[in-house]
Design a binder for this molecule. Structure first.
Ligand code: ZN
Length: 327
């Protein structure tokens, strides 16, 4: 393989202008997780770019899922379709390459355009996370296909469209498909300036906590109401105090909504939590703590409800994955 490494590297070097062009084109398409037309355009663009190198490309659609919106209402959410590309599907020796086409910034956000920081660095939505990663993947595959080793290895690519919201619809399919591969690589941006692989990664959960109170008019029946915002505030303070209690566990109360008018006792308030964990067993610890602290605020079962799940499991290096680092 050694003699091919320099050939591969110089072929990638030649492709540099094409990669930069693609980075501009792809990042100028807004494909935030909730922008379905943008995701559709991004999917078509990816399909066109990958089709010369893949044997087959298919789209997988998902049914809408129930979720809790900012106001605590149950709503149906439609996520974008996933792309599944295959190469030499008859081979048993296969690797999986993964990425996502969605980005964080909605089309109403001011961060839409690319700008040069210096001659070699561009700042823009999705440049690093992860349209840039998809471009690295594509050109690595094109270069690999020009080597004689290509005929011995089957590879598949999965590009989902709901990663930035925790892969709620594509996650189960990813788990199912990933069983059949000897190895898998995800093209998220490297955490260090040397471009090193991320070996371990914390798991995460996104939960919504809804506090239910009782609405009442402030002037006519204030004492008949129960203020959901105040109940939620008590819960939030206790939840925030979980930080620092267990190694590697953090809980961020990132978004809070509640109330309709200042002359009405609010009957609903919602907090959205982003929880990061270091070990698989931390999830049970977090759930226990939440359940205990909520019961301390009120023993009533229907005051607080928790929705959501831990969609991203903890990733730990094991002896099998350790072999990657010696390559
Ligand atoms: Zn990403």
């Amino acid at each position: 393989m050694d003699k091919w490494i320099s050939t591969l590297l110089s072929s990638l070097q030649e492709r540099y202008p094409i990669m930069v062009d693609q980075l501009h084109q792809w990042c100028e398409i807004n494909s935030s997780s909730d922008n379905l037309p943008g995701l559709s355009l991004m999917r078509d663009t990816l399909q066109k770019a990958f089709s010369p190198v893949a044997d087959s490309i298919e789209s997988r659609a998902f049914p809408p899922r129930l979720t809790i919106n900012r106001d605590g209402e149950q709503v149906q959410q439609v996520c974008g379709d996933l792309l599944y590309l295959r190469k030499r599907p008859h081979l048993k020796k296969r690797i999986l390459l993964c990425g996502h086409m969605d980005t964080v910034y909605a089309d109403t956000h001011p961060f839409q355009n690319l700008k040069y920081i210096d001659d070699h660095r561009i700042n823009g939505p999705g440049v690093a996370d992860m349209k840039g990663g998809l471009i690295v993947m594509l050109h690595a595959l094109i270069a690999f296909e020009a080597t004689p080793y290509a005929s011995e290895l089957g590879w598949d690519v999965i590009i989902n469209a709901d990663e930035e919201i925790g892969s709620p619809v594509s996650g189960p399919l990813l788990m199912e498909l990933s069983e059949t591969y000897q190895a898998a690589l995800v093209y998220e941006p490297a955490m260090t300036s040397h471009g090193t692989f991320a070996k371990n990664r914390r798991g995460s959960g996104k939960l919504s906590l809804i506090a239910k109170g009782k609405a009442a008019h402030v002037g006519r029946a204030f004492h008949e109401g129960q203020n959901a915002i105040c109940l939620l505030a008590e819960a939030i303070t206790a939840i925030h105090a979980l930080n620092g209690q267990r190694d590697g566990v953090t809980v961020n109360v990132g978004l809070v909504t509640g109330g309709e008018a200042i002359n009405v006792v609010p009957d609903r308030a919602v907090a959205h939590l982003d929880i990061r964990i270091q070990q698989a067993c931390d999830e049970a610890w977090v759930r226990d703590q939440l359940s205990c602290l909520l019961k301390k605020i009120t023993p009533k079962d229907d005051t607080f409800t928790l929705h959501g799940h831990f969609g991203r499991p903890v990733k730990r290096v094991n002896p099998a994955t350790e072999q990657w680092w010696v390559l």
